[in-house]
Write a protein of this length. Structure first.
Length: 206
């Protein structure tokens, strides 16, 4: 169990709360959003799908894809991929609380969020006359990790401070791509540009 108090993360993680709804490509009952998150000195533009559980006691989130705007940040990602995706998951959990409008006070209420992250991902280096960036998307959602977070808000301070706790992670499904110890050679440097790489086990459920 890992408790994360948001104020302790502000030195390394900034969240812009002006999220926007995007064209729906999500599972039935989910709505797609795009949000830029700053972490590790880099900007990660994340697409995620949200289902608000007004009566169930929990929200649900699927992380769809994210992009990185420059080569130095992609190098950072290759060295810290699990750390980056864990930060993204924590961020979208708090963003989902804003989207769903449910922020219970600590001590008398709690809210759960299930964050689903596919195991198998692929990468593209996008290059054109005006852009040069990397984008990652899942290539199979048959195998995935379900992270359970609890959230509540400390209203004894102004503004209220969210308290985020990772309850645990659970793995579902069977392998559908190259395993973590058998990384395809084209994954980090897909050649030629503007083509998707092979799929592989980018993230572990731990």
């Amino acid at each position: 169990m890992k408790k994360i108090i948001l104020s302790a993360l502000l030195f390394v993680m900034l969240i812009s709360m002006s999220y926007q709804s995007a064209e729906a490509t999500c599972p039935t009952g989910f709505t797609e959003y795009t949000q830029t998150i700053t972490y590790g000195g880099c900007e990660w533009t994340v697409i995620f799908c949200v289902k608000c559980g007004v009566t169930t006691g929990y929200n649900e989130v699927w992380i769809q894809q994210f992009s990185i705007q420059n080569s130095s940040c992609y190098t950072y990602f290759t060295a810290h991929s699990q750390e980056v995706i864990d930060a993204i998951a924590a961020n979208v959990t708090l963003l989902t609380a804003d989207i769903c409008g449910i922020k219970p006070p600590c001590g008398s209420g709690i809210r759960y969020t299930y964050v689903y992250l596919a195991t198998c991902w692929q990468n593209m280096h996008v290059v054109n006359s005006t852009e040069d960036y990397f984008v990652q998307r899942f290539c199979s959602d048959i195998e995935f990790c379900k992270s359970t977070y609890s959230t509540c808000w400390d209203y004894s301070v102004t503004p209220a401070t969210p308290v985020l706790t990772l309850i645990g992670k659970q793995h579902y499904g069977t392998p559908q791509c190259a395993r973590n110890n058998n990384k395809p050679s084209d994954f980090d440097n897909p050649t030629p540009p503007n083509n998707w790489s092979s799929c592989w086990e980018e993230f572990l459920c731990k």
